[in-house]
Write a protein that binds this ligand. Structure first.
Ligand SMILES: [Zn+2]
Length: 422
């Protein structure tokens, strides 16, 4: 991705640098050739060339670009999971994914880690974004998702002959798990997404169902992936499944719904980040009936939401790391509403806005393995900056309103926001 040239000064707003400390009330950020050269008090701003571009934060907030830590650009707002594989061909899904990536950037998300991809679209979407062919967040790509035969992602009985080859690699045993990872290695992914446990949403599993993959399969996935420098994450709700993933050497945990003390200890021991994705549960409970969800499924989502919120609070209190990623791309959690996750964590889980913003910026960049490049507003980092007309610490829900964005800056280039309008 190209870096902007020249100097830009962003001022007249509170500076939230992403490290979680108190904001600088009257802050400023100086950007030179796409990188931050100064972030601090406005009155201490170093001298800049007279032709420097100025961005007025209008008394609002200057913060790092947001990082969506569980992004599915290829999920096209489906009401039924099988629609992912049978509704459109790969050609059209690719166009939808490019559209979703552009939307995420416009929503202030300057980076994102994929939580699983249809076909091998993410890898090529990332290339298009990195080559400035398509706008979007800096992407950490994943590929087809690995699941055991008969597990969460293998819910269609064989007589339907649906295939699902665009979405999942179904495995039986460690040898097939190794083969699936090797295929992903050849595909060029960075993250291997797996399904160790069930989910309230799936017809033949539930949120306490552990064995969508065996420990041996999970261990084979991790050993093969790490051997090739890839990272592994997994959909982990059930307690035993979380422990299996942590003992197998997973690099991140998605959801981490039912964490007991032992699971928490395993998580903290290696400082493994967890991405709860809780607004999805809330939206499923509220809007599920409109989409034909049964009461049993909705009750499962309620249990998942309570368990997930409790676990998230425990992790953060114990000094662990949470990423903010919302699993968007379902009919009741459409693309473009990503910041609802942040609001949910403040309003319903009880985190402070500053805690949530740190999770959504610095921790997100750490999960992507790129915290040296972005995630905080500090000299030397890429100028991925979000400038908002409003106090996001007083009302984090402002981040849901794109009309309040003065600038979404990526590598010093203003990619969206009212200041870029003619
Ligand atoms: Zn997901």
């Amino acid at each position: 991705m190209k870096l902007a040239t020249g100097t830009t000064v962003i001022s007249n707003g509170q500076l939230i640098d992403g490290n979680g400390g108190p904001p600088v009330r009257d802050g400023a950020v100086v950007v030179k050739d796409g990188k931050i050269t100064y972030a601090g008090q406005a009155k201490l701003t170093p001298e800049v060339p007279p032709d420097a571009r100025r961005i007025d934060a209008r008394g609002g907030s200057i913060l790092p670009g947001l990082v969506e830590a569980h992004f599915h650009p290829t999920y096209f707002n489906v009401a039924a999971l099988e629609d992912l594989d049978i509704k459109y061909p790969v050609e059209y899904v690719t166009l939808l994914a490019a559209h979703n990536a552009k939307l995420a950037l416009e929503c202030g998300y300057t980076a994102a880690r994929s939580g699983g991809s249809l076909f091998n679209i993410d890898v090529w979407l990332k290339k298009a974004i990195d080559s400035d062919i398509a706008p979007g967040p800096r992407l950490a790509s994943s590929g087809r998702e690995i699941c055991g035969v008969g597990g969460l992602m293998d819910w269609n009985p064989d007589f339907r002959k649906l295939g699902m080859e665009g979405l999942v690699l179904l495995v039986n045993g460690p040898d097939e798990a190794r083969a699936a990872v090797r295929k992903l290695v050849k595909d060029g992914v960075e993250w291997v997404k797996t399904y160790p446990t069930g989910d309230a949403a799936a017809p033949d599993t539930n949120d306490h169902h552990t064995l969508c993959m065996t420990f041996e399969e999970m261990h084979a996935v991790v050993a093969t992936a790490h051997n090739h420098g890839l990272k592994v994450t997994g959909h982990c709700r059930a307690t035993q499944g979380i422990k299996n993933a942590l003992r197998a050497g997973y690099d991140a945990i998605e959801h981490g719904t039912f964490m007991d003390d032992e699971a928490l200890e395993l998580l903290l021991k290696r400082d493994v980040p967890c991405v709860p994705a809780l607004q999805f549960e809330y939206a499923s409970i509220v809007f599920g009936p409109e989409f034909g969800m049964s009461q049993a499924v909705i009750d499962g989502h309620k249990e998942t939401l309570e368990g997930g919120a409790e676990s998230a609070r425990k992790i953060l209190k114990a000094g662990g790391r949470l990423g903010m990623g919302g699993d968007y791309g379902f009919a009741w959690t459409p693309h473009g509403t990503y910041a609802k996750e942040l609001t949910f964590f403040v309003k319903h889980v009880g985190l402070s806005p500053m805690e949530v913003l740190k999770c959504a910026t610095k921790t997100g960049a750490e999960i992507m393995g790129r915290s040296k490049e972005f995630g905080t507003l500090e000299a030397g980092k890429l100028a991925d900056v979000l400038v908002v007309d409003g106090d996001v610490l007083a009302n984090i829900a402002i981040l849901e309103e794109r009309s309040k964005f003065v600038a979404v800056m990526q590598g010093g280039e203003v990619k969206a926001g009212t200041c870029s309008m003619p």
